[in-house]
Design a protein. Sequence first.
Length: 303
Amino acid sequence: MAALQITDVKKRYKSLQALGGVSLTIEQGEFFGLLGPNGAGKTTLISIVAGLNRADSGSVAIHGHDVVNDYREARKHLGVVPQELVFDPFFTVRETLRMQSGYFGLKNNDAWIDEVMENLDLTNKADTNMRALSGGMKRRVLVAQALVHKPPVIVLDEPTAGVDVELRQTLWQFIGRLNREGHTIVLTTHYLEEAQALCNRIAMLKFGKVVALDSTSALIKRISGSQLIVQLGQGRLPEGLHHLVSHPDELVSGNKYTLRVTDYAEVEPILATLRQSGAVIEDMHLQQADLEDVFIQIMEGEK
């Protein structure tokens, strides 16, 4: 049984087609990345998964429980860390987490609450009122709230947006541990280096549709290959190599060019073309392309 089964989900807001038939199967224990630019439909999809919004058509099931017809059971299996800092200003951190436990019918949950607070470096803020916390600390509490009922599926919607490096490290250590213990993690983030380091498999959304779905390593290898970065001390890039340029603005902005290559054997012909044009290479190095390069290519419509 899949941890999260999304089948042909469509959602329209008046003239805007927010989701145009999204289908995803996320298996138990995966660390899955959901990427896309603003307006791609990520947050709409997450709100449907969480039962906060209803799809026009299609279905979503969490561990086999439909989020509409079996909402209560589906919600027990899910923890969501939202983008927005939503909190009740009248309670302390511990009281907030106890109340969240109560929503799921959990009593005597203090041992797990203490462990979550310790792992998110919240212990010394346990008796602090929520409104007195910094933005970074409030975000830690949001993460803690999503985890109080030990959900097997955890959705993190931009969890490290605008937070300090320390929180990022603390959060990923804890989430990594939960994933190793069998929890399924679904992450949306604009920090593509995080997605590359953490996610085993990635889906990319564009205009409400899945435009790429593969393992992280396969995406990088299949779509982007490597890059040859060449800085010329003299001359310009020959026209015959313009089609290899990853960032077209480089053709007008200077003497440094990022060229896409899919195989090391392509490097020598490139160098030969440069020599024949009279260009002088000042610096050069070959690097493996990363997820950001893949993302840019796909969002620009290149395959």
